[in-house]
Design a protein around this ligand. Structure first.
Ligand code: HEC
Length: 115
């Protein structure tokens, strides 16, 4: 009986760790979901690499203030996203996601490209 209950305790701790990681993974994961949900990917690509319609947003990400003011006030080829549609907190999550996208390797570090 004692063994069973300590196994149960271990399982509970393991589950807690898994759930804890799930919650911790989030800043950029949530931003990624918002990037998809708000349709940014349709023009800018899933990892902000740029597409037919929109320029690259990553890996050289503009400061969050500049991004916010562009996204809110765009009156050119990109539709504006006002705060009622895209709350500032969500925009910051998207910015965090874009910032988390790694830069590609320096071509000089790839032997095959330097022969
Ligand atoms: C319908 C296509 C479309 C969608 C959807 C879209 N964009 Fe854009 N975006 C563009 C285009 C086109 C430009 C270039 C516009 C210009 O220079 O006037 C742009 C420019 C930008 C820029 C400025 C980039 C720079 O280097 O100047 C940012 C930041 C940006 N978009 C973020 C976003 C975010 C965040 C979303 C989602 C909330 C989004 N965009 C959704 C088409 C789109």
């Amino acid at each position: 009986m004692r063994v069973v209950s300590s196994r149960f305790a271990l399982a509970a701790i393991a589950a807690g760790l898994v759930l804890g990681f799930g919650a911790g993974a989030s800043a950029s994961e949530k931003g990624k979901q918002l990037f998809v949900k708000n349709g940014c990917w349709q023009c800018h690509g899933f990892v902000g690499q740029g597409g037919v319609a929109g320029p690259a947003l990553a890996p050289n990400v503009m400061p969050v203030e500049a991004m916010s003011s562009f996204v809110r006030n765009s009156n050119r080829a990109m539709p504006p996203y006002r705060e009622a549609v895209l709350p500032e907190a969500d925009l910051k999550e998207i910015h965090a996601y874009l910032t988390s996208i790694p830069k590609p390797a320096d071509p000089k570090s790839i032997p095959l490209l330097n022969q």
